[in-house]
Design a protein around this ligand. Sequence first.
Ligand code: NAP
Length: 279
Amino acid sequence: MEKLILDGKRVSQTVREQLTTQVQGLKTRGITPCLATILVGNDPSSETYVRMKGNACKKVGIESRRIHLPKETTTEELLDTIKGLNEDGAVHGILLQHPVPSHIDERKAFETIAIEKDVDGVTSAGYGQTALGFGKYPSCTPAAIMKILDFYELPIEGKHAVVVGRSPILGKPVSALLLNRNATVTTCHSRTENLADIVKLADIVVAAVGKPEFIKGDWIKKGAVVLDAGYNKGNIGDIDYEACYENASAITPVPGGVGPVTISMLLKHTVEAAALTKA
Ligand code: NAP
């Protein structure tokens, strides 16, 4: 059986080339797409993620405005910052890096982001629109998973997709996107019984668990497509890659799979948001 390694870097590069051209076009209309990132506190991983996103912006010509708030920031102060960015016509997308410090009401902060600037798909309105099939900016990792499937022209309609994980930013929205594309979707979580038996039925497996090498090789049906959204310490995904590779017909590696495409989807959404504004 021919094996396809789903190369996220390749997908990402193709998307970023298209974006660079689009950004040049917008600039001739007097519009410079701008993504504002808000980081609260000094969590080293979050700092790295924000830096990576800012650098990726610059490479395609998007302006990156970084707002770094102290860890003592209150919910009200954070909401004021978000409201200011909502009103700032030069800002097209807002990303609040999460998790925020535990004393902050994260959900309230997400909900304050204006829907037209919610390029990371974190508001409940954005999620609802995604679920109903007309959302502009789905959450970026689910969008990346769909992009990879489409880039490699892997069929979705009629296939049984099993998503392991039901978080608001990943498992739930990717289940909705797959359902909207006419997959038959089973969403699993920590209370699911007989998980291995359910995964064994899948034509498409999406791992979004947050546990290193959680999905085992003998859970994978021969010929299944396996997408690993997981990213754990030491560059380890949520699937046991070596073992799952055996039965899969197509599989994403970690690193170099879903991760790079996720950042590209954030850039894409920002450019799309900018394109909807007037200079
Ligand atoms: P999360 O919020 O912790 O959600 C994990 C989900 O997995 C929950 O729905 C949980 O079920 C489920 N789960 C936990 N233990 C389970 C078990 N034993 N059996 C079945 N389901 C189980 O995590 P997340 O934010 O969705 O992230 C998931 C993974 O994706 C992490 O590795 C994260 O680092 C990665 N991630 C990657 C990107 C990227 O750009 N590649 C972006 C975001 C996240 P319950 O709901 O029942 O608790």
